[in-house]
Design a protein around this ligand. Sequence first.
Ligand code: ADP
Ligand code: MG
Length: 341
Amino acid sequence: APLLSIQGVSKRFSAVTALDDVSLEVGKGEFFALLGPSGCGKTTLMRLVAGLETPDAGRIEIAGVDMSGAPPHRRPVNLMFQSYALFPHLSVFENVAFGLRRQGKDKGVIRARVAELLDMVKLAGVEKRRPDQLSGGQKQRVALARALAPGPRLLLLDEPLGALDRQLREETQFQLKEIQRKLKTSFVVVTHDQDEAMAMADRIAVMRAGRIEQIGAPAEVYERPATRFVASFIGEMNFLSGRIAGEAFVGAFGRLPAPRSELREGAKVVLAVRPERIALSPDGVEGIVEDVAFRGSAIHIRLRLSGGEILRISRSANDGPGVAIGDAACVTIAPEAARLF
Ligand code: ADP
Ligand code: MG
């Protein structure tokens, strides 16, 4: 059985539908990411799971137990807030000990557990400091240790890296994964950053406007986006408009064998293809190279097709640029590399 099961959950705030018939499951020991743009309902969903809000419809089960009516402190869940919400007047030690004191644990147990957690988040030595004497990264780790202290079976982390600068974020992504792997606690991380979700999670749910558009492993969501929104939200994508004619996609630039046969003859469609799945090839569709940019491991080419559409192409830097600005270049798209929406 899954550790967390959300079935058909909806939530409205007067005129706003924050969540509309959301279902998902998170496994034991899974690192799950909830990904979507700001305002799509991510925080609301976490607050429902934590018991801080009540759903209008649907059912939430944790470890097979129906959570309806269960107050937050009776759920085997903890929520780490985006703002960290540390107690400013308490020391690092007391912040982390907070949940344990509430559980009525005795002094020796609390001291040992706090020491173990501070060690795990690499904060040993700063027990006595107050939050305003810590860096952003240290505050984040205190919040994590505090959320883990009572030993939740499920930890919800709402934009846990949102306040950190870029370099620290990557380091912290790795630390979060490492800690999660060690503890085998199920994590649900909320983020609006697709790179972060891809880097950390076993599976990702992509949300838009209160609904889930796709759930899958990072590679699955990247390679086989279920909707046009997912295709555009995750990674770089080219979109070319056209229609279906005689089992082929026909666009302003030419014909491609249609990758999906179920498409209706004459239907208007959009073909989506990743920049790295477009090949330079002498017998392809011709365009003019508008830009060639060296980006370390990859070379990015901007190609204007005769119909005026722009294709972004990326090639491995090891392959060399092959083309220069102003060149005519031909490209092909393998049918299996394209998706039609
Ligand atoms: P996210 O975390 O993905 O940015 P939220 O869950 O915070 O999105 O919000 C989803 C939608 O619900 C937004 O339109 C937001 O304005 C609205 N919303 C969230 N909480 C409340 C509330 N307490 N009262 C009214 N509207 C709310
Ligand atoms: Mg939010």
